[in-house]
Design a protein around this ligand. Structure first.
Ligand code: ZN
Length: 206
């Protein structure tokens, strides 16, 4: 006779609720600040054309700076898949913390699975989680790589972001079309030259 299982069968997937790692935006305070900014720019915030601008700008900032909560669901790597998993060209948009101007582009996120694998759509959600903040591209790249290393514990992680910064293309040097490339690597993708080369070859970065 087979003994009955000693308790509930554990779930195959594991879920971790990921919440924004910071305070939300104070909407009324942003509205007041935008009205003040309009005055400082020599504009009349009570004019017919601008009267609704503080509210609109404040709501834009809320949207740009508030990531959505999500569940980071992982599954056991039953088949022992040990080759690179790469999600290419995930759109990314964020706000440069030096100029409060947007930068946007694409992210390539890859990992070498360990004991668990991840729902692919979650890679894009991790990018969004950190992108909806005042950022530098360097920090954003690192944060995405660190979060995947921490929560997924893969054998390796690689993140590449290619982005165009409005603060470079619209003002200053006006380098329209110039893209900035950043990368962050952990584990085998950092330590093993062949894995690293394969990752950069598949992302199209040389
Ligand atoms: Zn900037």
């Amino acid at each position: 006779m087979t003994p009955a299982p000693a308790g509930p069968v554990p779930a195959r997937h594991r879920s971790l609720r990921v919440v924004p790692p910071r305070e939300g935006v104070n909407l009324p305070a942003v509205e007041r600040a935008v009205a003040d900014l309009l005055v400082a720019l020599g504009k009349d915030p009570t004019s017919e054309h601008l009267s609704d601008t503080p509210r609109r700008v404040a709501r834009s900032f809320v949207e740009l700076l508030t990531p959505r909560e999500f569940d980071l669901t992982t599954f056991p790597n039953d088949e022992g898949y040990d080759e690179l998993v790469l999600a290419k060209s995930i759109p990314v948009q964020s706000l440069c913390e030096h100029h409060l101007l947007p930068f946007h582009g694409i992210t390539h996120v890859g990992y070498l699975p360990g004991e668990r694998i991840l729902g692919l759509s979650k890679l894009a959600r991790v990018v969004e989680l950190f992108a909806r903040d005042l950022q530098t591209q360097e920090r954003l790249t690192q944060q995405v790589a660190d979060a995947l290393q921490e929560h997924l514990a893969p054998q390796g992680v690689g993140v590449v972001i290619e982005a165009e910064h409005s603060c470079m293309s619209l003002r200053g040097v006006r380098a329209t079309g110039s893209r900035t490339v950043t990368s962050a690597l952990h584990g085998l993708l950092r330590a093993d030259a062949r894995s690293r080369q394969e990752f950069f070859a598949l992302t199209g970065i040389r």
